[in-house]
Write a protein that binds this ligand. Structure first.
Ligand code: ZN
Length: 489
């Protein structure tokens, strides 16, 4: 099956064919950097990071661009509140954003252009739009004339009247039509500004993305992504001005991810229910958060709650225990397994590996079906169950285990690793990223385990049992295994 992608523009899934054979250009709208990142800001990057990983796996050379909006009304207001400059605030919040991305293993972004570094390109584009009659200067501003764009509204599938009613259209007597939007805003006193042929000012939000995406990916590129809330007006306007400027198709596939939902409300600054990534990661390992975001189909809303996170953490435990099991079998870490990052042939000797190969095929079919990461995660669970059952049946942890069974088990785990890394999961030991407290807990636990072993050796079973019982009361389970005693919460 070939990769099929749902396109918001056509409202259909279609086979993916890039502009240039073997290459993919992907642009995803990034944040306005005026506050620390909340978890809603991470949804798009995590999803499109998995999209890039899969496209890379299929053999494409992918360029993934995420912009930074570092000048905007919100930034100007916030910088004033904090008594700092827009530039300083933007730099600090960009660093916070990049740190959050790194922690969530969003490793695939190739370029992160900043709006303020591309004013020249934006002015160039506005000049072209004025020359070809799609935009007009007015009182120090420049506006895009929606009435000159015959197919305006094609991305959100609405006609102009409906769009005006649906959006909070800024009323201004400088505009020719109420739906016209600003490409350039004349400077007000005390605001950051740049020189332009129409006087000092700063760019509107939409033109930033058009200018930067086309600069780095060309006039026509493959995938334009972003949250569902950006479809209108942001993406509609980006599309309108870009295609009016170049007379070419702007993006071939428009992909919109669903938003985080808390109860029935969307998580947003305007609703006041945001959870900062930095705070969340004090409570949960980043992998728990990444796993949660990828467990739902990207076009659906993602249900977010403490219960849901706790549930995810519990299910991840099953994977982490399995990795310990792998280590006991092979004496090497699961995380050191080298699995291909590009698709290749899989050896399918014997019934067990045929079954694992079948699951691998299903995993890839999910991803081919519009990047269904939720379905793919479901297949990972099935693989885990099958691997555990095989390890039980063949007693692969025992010294007497047959080398053939161990080899099949090892090969099965390698295939599991190959699939999980497409989602950017399980690439590092989840415990290694924990802080000093956890190291201390690990040390103290080992001490108790050793004391219990000493007690049992001295036939003081009452003391050994007491240690186990008291730990159970604290929510700690001891597990006696062939290689020694382990523990888990
Ligand atoms: Zn954008």
């Amino acid at each position: 099956m070939a990769l099929r992608v749902y396109n918001t523009l056509t409202k259909e899934k279609a086979e993916f064919t890039p502009v240039e054979k073997g290459k993919v250009g992907m642009y995803v709208c990034g944040p306005t950097v005026y506050k620390p990142s909340h978890i809603g800001h991470m949804v798009g990057p995590v999803i499109f990071d998995a999209v890039k990983r899969y496209l890379t796996y299929l053999g494409y050379q992918v360029t993934f661009v995420v912009n930074i909006t570092d000048v905007d009304d919100k930034l100007i207001v916030r910088a004033k509140e904090l008594g700092t400059t827009v530039k300083e605030l933007a730099e600090k919040m960009t660093a916070d954003y990049c740190d959050c991305l790194k922690r969530l293993n969003v490793a695939g972004i190739d370029l992160m252009p900043r709006a303020t570094e591309h004013i020249g390109e934006m002015i160039e584009m506005m000049r072209g739009l004025i020359d070809n009659g799609h935009a007009y200067p007015s009182g120090g501003d420049v506006y895009f004339d929606v009435s000159k764009d015959a197919d305006y509204g094609k991305l959100c599938h609405r006609d102009p009247e409906q769009m005006e009613a649906g959006a909070r259209v800024e009323i201004s007597d400088r505009k020719r039509n109420p739906g016209d939007f600003a490409l350039w805003k004349g400077a007000k006193p005390g605001e950051p500004s740049w020189d332009s042929p129409w006087g000092p000012g700063r760019p509107g939000w939409h033109i930033e993305c058009s200018a930067m995406s086309m600069k780095y990916l060309g006039k026509t590129f493959d995938i334009h992504g972003g949250g569902l809330d950006l479809q209108f007006p942001h993406h509609e306007n980006e599309l309108a001005q870009s295609e009016s400027y170049t007379n070419q198709i702007f993006a071939r596939y428009w992909m919109h991810n669903g938003l985080l939902k808390m109860g029935n409300a969307k998580m947003a600054g305007s609703v006041g229910n945001v959870v900062n990534v930095a705070d969340l990661l004090k409570k949960y390992h980043p992998e728990t958060v990444r796993f949660l975001l990828l467990s739902t189909h990207y076009r659906s809303p993602i249900e977010y709650s403490d219960d849901r996170l706790a549930e995810v953490r519990r299910s991840l435990d099953g994977f982490y225990r399995f990795f310990e099991r792998y280590q006991r079998v092979n004496g090497a870490s699961f995380h050191q397994i080298e699995a291909p990052v590009r698709q290749g042939e899989v050896p399918a000797d014997g019934d067990f590996l045929k079954e694992i190969g079948g699951l691998r095929k299903r995993f890839l079919e999910c991803m081919d079906d519009d990047f269904n990461t939720g379905g793919a995660v479901g297949v990972l669970y099935e693989m885990l169950n099958k691997l555990n059952r095989f390890a039980d049946d063949k007693k692969v942890e025992d010294a007497s285990a047959k080398p053939q069974a161990k080899a099949e088990f090892t090969e099965g785990v390698r295939i599991f690793k190959e699939m999980s890394q497409i989602l950017g999961l399980f690439q590092e030991p989840a415990v290694a990223a924990k802080g000093g407290d956890d190291q201390l807990v690990g040390g103290l636990m080992q001490l108790l385990i050793d004391l219990r072993a000493e007690a049992r050796k001295a036939k003081n079973f009452a003391l050994g049992d007491q240690i186990r019982k008291r730990l159970t009361e604290q929510g700690v389970t001891l597990e006696d295994r062939p290689g020694g005693t382990g523990w888990r919460l």
